[in-house]
Write a protein that binds this ligand. Structure first.
Ligand code: HEM
Length: 432
């Protein structure tokens, strides 16, 4: 039986609660939000969350409408309003004073500027063809598994998920000397800026981490200006306007894009890897199928998609309306701040029958919105999918008896409305 949260409301089911009494910012709901999603989709799919001061968009079709219209629903304005909410001026001042500058996120922009930036980023990404990375990623994952202690328990986040994703992205960017703990802290400090749940002290701590990160990246960028290499940082630094010596990106843009590539894929992919263990430890039937099919590529891909659908690492990202608009039967004013609840769309019964069943054979597996959609759809999709598929395969080949060492209800989640990330996951296993 679940304890109530003091307001006579069960945090797991939400039953007994009026929607107005709930908020995504409440720690209990934030950690286990599915009942809140249910309540919103049913009663108020474009719901104003009073504590968050945002409209939560919970239905699949409304999210799709928004993604198809990046002019009415601006990423730039949504992101700016969300960034370091409440402390932006102070945050910016710290970065300008101690972090080498304030570098606004060039990719978090609207067309036509976004189209230009996205084209250059896509080029840097495809130049380092993702499919060819399979042997490298496999060797990184096998190495990390080999270094795990014989049985556990270990915290899978620290021992598995974070080191793998950091090594992969650093290889791609061409960063060979790094401190994995620092990189992990830097990722969380950046992600916290859109999480809406940091207080002022945490903002100051996070800003200091960001200053460090920026100096680290600026060092690498300056180095590639003088010594180009075969890596993504060099590709971005030396992207040229055709037939001219002029570089296409400004220094500010380059810093922001390298930072985006380094950070956007870290926490997200690491969370998916942790969720892999969470599912194997809590869903014995799924674990059995997976363990008996390590060489079945089709099944590994289907597992990856269903994992991303049922436990999306990014649960909600923001937009802002640029004019009055009708959405989901409601009239939204201009400058309404929205949170697209990707996790809720993935959980919608009419789109994904029995959405809480982990079903690798559903006919519309790839329809989930865990990578967003439209012009802002995730740039790292193929890399993320590849990493997760290889991780699933190598875990199935090399580990068995995967068990969670704490009750499910005690799993700690990072405080954020944007992501849904397990903070630490103690797991035991036997090596095969
Ligand atoms: C499981 C892992 C991942 C998940 C769940 C994920 C999720 C997302 C989502 C939902 C968006 C859409 C943003 C929006 O709607 O505003 C996005 C965008 C983005 N992602 Fe990912 N991502 C993952 C991995 C990666 C990786 C590995 C990279 C790069 C190394 C990356 C880089 C980006 C970038 C740069 C954008 C911005 C694209 C744009 O606005 O044009 N992501 N991601």
């Amino acid at each position: 039986m679940n304890a109530t949260n003091g307001a006579g409301v069960c945090p797991m089911t939400g039953k007994g609660a009026a929607l107005e009494q709930m908020s995504l910012i409440d720690p209990e709901i934030s950690a286990r939000p599915k009942a809140y999603y249910d309540a919103m989709r049913e009663a108020d799919p474009v719901h104003y969350d009073e504590k968050l001061h945002m409209y939560l968009i919970s239905r699949f079709e409304d999210i799709q409408t928004i993604q198809r219209d990046p002019i009415t629903y601006s990423v730039k304005h949504g992101y700016e309003a969300q960034y370091s909410a409440g402390f932006f001026d102070e945050f910016k001042e710290i970065l300008e004073r101690d972090g080498g500058g304030y570098f606004p996120d060039a990719i978090m922009s609207d067309p036509p500027y976004h189209t230009h930036i996205r084209g250059l980023m896509d080029r840097a990404f495809t130049a380092h063809r993702v499919r060819e990375l399979e042997p490298l990623i496999t060797s990184i994952i096998v190495d990390v598994i080999d270094k795990l202690p014989a049985t556990g328990p270990v915290d899978i986040v620290k021992a598995f998920s974070v080191p793998i994703t950091i090594r992969v992205i650093c290889e791609q960017l061409g960063v060979d000397q790094y401190n994995a703990d620092k990189l992990s802290r830097w990722s969380q400090a950046v992600t916290a800026q859109i999480g809406r749940m940091q207080n002022r002290e945490q903002m100051i701590e996070n800003a200091k981490e960001l200053c460090d990160l920026q100096h680290f990246l600026i060092g690498h960028i300056r180095d590639r200006e003088a010594n180009p290499k075969e890596d993504m940082i060099s590709d971005l630094v030396h992207a040229k306007i055709e037939g001219s010596d002029e570089t296409k990106l400004t220094f500010k843009e380059i810093v922001s894009l390298v930072r985006a590539l380094m950070i956007a894929g870290n926490d997200t992919t690491a969370t998916a890897m942790t969720n892999l263990f969470y599912i194997l430890a809590t869903q014995p039937k799924v674990a059995e199928i997976l363990m008996n099919a390590a060489d079945d590529d089709r099944l590994m891909s289907r597992f990856t998609e269903e994992l991303l659908r049922i436990e999306p690492p990014v649960r909600g990202l923001s937009r802002m309306t640029t004019k009055e608009v009708e959405l989901g039967g409601k009239t939204l004013p201009a400058h309404a701040h929205l949170l697209l609840m990707y996790a809720s769309a993935n959980d919608q019964e009419e789109v994904f029958g029995c959405p809480r069943d982990f079903d690798m054979e559903r006919s519309n597996l790839g329809r989930h919105v865990s990578f967003g959609g439209g012009p802002h759809k995730c740039i790292g999709i193929s890399l993320a999918r590849l990493e997760i598929r290889i991780a699933a395969r190598e875990v199935a080949k090399r580990l068995k008896n995967i068990k969670l060492e704490i009750p499910v209800g005690e799993i700690p989640y990072l405080k954020s409305v944007a992501t849904h990330s397990i903070e630490s996951l103690p797991i035991s296993y036997t090596k095969i």
